[in-house]
Design a protein around this ligand. Structure first.
Ligand code: FES
Ligand code: FE
Length: 380
């Protein structure tokens, strides 16, 4: 077990304007969300050719769809003719072809321009060159991750690295077989807070004893305020009386087949920067995807994933879902309570991190570096 060196000093947080300044948010859109791999959609949501989902990635709307060959593809949601938004719905089904509602340019599911009124009179229009703009896509954990960068960073070094960094071994996450699990429940939270407050909150457990009574019942060590993320490879142990990761500690479901004895009766949490949290317990996985929409607004989609037979048999997952749903509601209320104060003169220089929050400083340093070391730049 690797331990984070413990010092007793207080460390400054980012100054308040980092959470309120639209210029900072615009830089984050460009240098974080549009530059890194971004978890967009559960692959199984697009279960047939033509099924699509649109998501906001930084400043861009992206369409993700499944081709006739069954592959997932992602495109900018912009018609190449005069720029009309192609899909205005958040999800739906493209029937055979994608036709722009403005002048009816028509694209196939591979993004190729296949028809346009009077195009016959313009034979030299290159139908590939005027096809939809392709967006890089990779699948991991049963999700489509997209990257808007011209030259995407290595998926292995950036995304998969998070699992190694946290669990010490990427195979440890594979034991949960997340890509093969079925969606038991999805709840979408519209949080009136900056995305970084949500990340910081997820990374620490100093607040657990105060706001998470149900969670600390199930994971008693959380009452001490040390997050599962504090130590590499550490999973928080279930309380002795606890039967399962449920709202009242009652029995959950059978352990997922590959989960090791060492992982049994433990909770692991992974932050995959910039916008994903993965929570692993023996019988299910809870995965959060954030969609930062403004400096003070973040939509969070949270999926509860179970063994397919649990979902197919119609087994009641309410008590299992309710535990993390309560945690989410408690956490997001705390973030919303904090957001307005970020604009206060009291927070102009920021606040402090106590020792068991010190690992959040690494997140702050990472962010400042991504923004080009602009710590003292656009914020005042
Ligand atoms: Fe799409 Fe003209 S803008 S066809
Ligand atoms: Fe919390």
């Amino acid at each position: 077990m690797t331990t984070t060196p413990i010092t007793t000093s207080l460390i400054a947080t980012l100054p308040g304007p980092y959470y309120t300044d639209p210029d900072v948010f615009r830089q984050e859109q460009e240098r974080v969300f549009e530059s890194m791999w971004f978890c967009a959609v559960r692959s199984s949501d697009l279960d047939r050719p033509g099924a699509f989902r649109t998501v906001q990635v930084g400043r861009e709307s992206v369409i993700i769809t499944r081709t006739r060959k069954g592959e997932l593809r992602a495109f900018l949601n912009v018609c190449r003719h005069r720029g009309a938004r192609l899909c205005t719905e958040e999800s739906g089904e493209i029937r055979r072809t994608l036709q722009c509602p403005y002048h009816a340019w028509t694209y196939d599911l591979d993004g190729k321009l296949i028809a346009a009124p009077n195009l016959i009179k313009m034979p030299d229009v290159d139908r590939v060159a005027y096809g939809l703009i392709n967006v890089a896509l990779r699948e991991w954990l049963g999700y489509a991750w997209v990257c808007l960068a011209d030259d995407p960073p290595s998926f292995e070094d950036t995304v998969l690295h998070a699992a190694v960094e946290r669990l010490g071994d990427v195979a440890a996450i594979d034991h949960y077989g997340t890509e093969n699990l079925a969606l038991g429940k999805r709840i979408t939270y519209d949080v009136q807070a900056n995305w970084k407050l949500i990340v910081e909150n997820f990374m620490e457990c100093y607040h657990c004893a105060t706001i998470h009574p149900e969670l600390t019942e199930v994971l008693p060590e959380f009452a001490d305020g040390y997050a599962a993320q504090y130590y590499v490879g550490h999973g928080a142990r279930f309380g002795d009386e606890v039967k399962g990761f449920t709202v009242d500690g009652s029995e959950g479901f059978g352990r997922l087949p590959e989960v090791s004895a060492e992982q049994d009766r433990r909770y692991y949490a992974i932050t995959v920067k910039p916008t994903v949290f993965v929570n692993l317990v023996p019988d299910h996985v809870v995965l959060h995807r954030m969609f930062p929409l403004a400096e003070d607004r973040t939509v969070v989609e949270c999926d509860w994933l179970y063994a397919p037979d649990v979902v197919q048999s119609g087994t009641d997952v309410t008590k299992s879902v309710e535990l993390f749903h309560r945690v989410n509601v408690q956490d997001f209320a705390a973030c919303e309570r904090t957001q307005p104060a970020m604009a206060s003169r009291a927070y102009r220089e920021g606040g402090v991190l106590v020792p068991n929050e010190h690992h959040i400083q690494i997140f702050h340093e990472w962010l400042v570096e991504r923004l080009g070391g602009a710590h003292a730049g656009p914020v005042h």
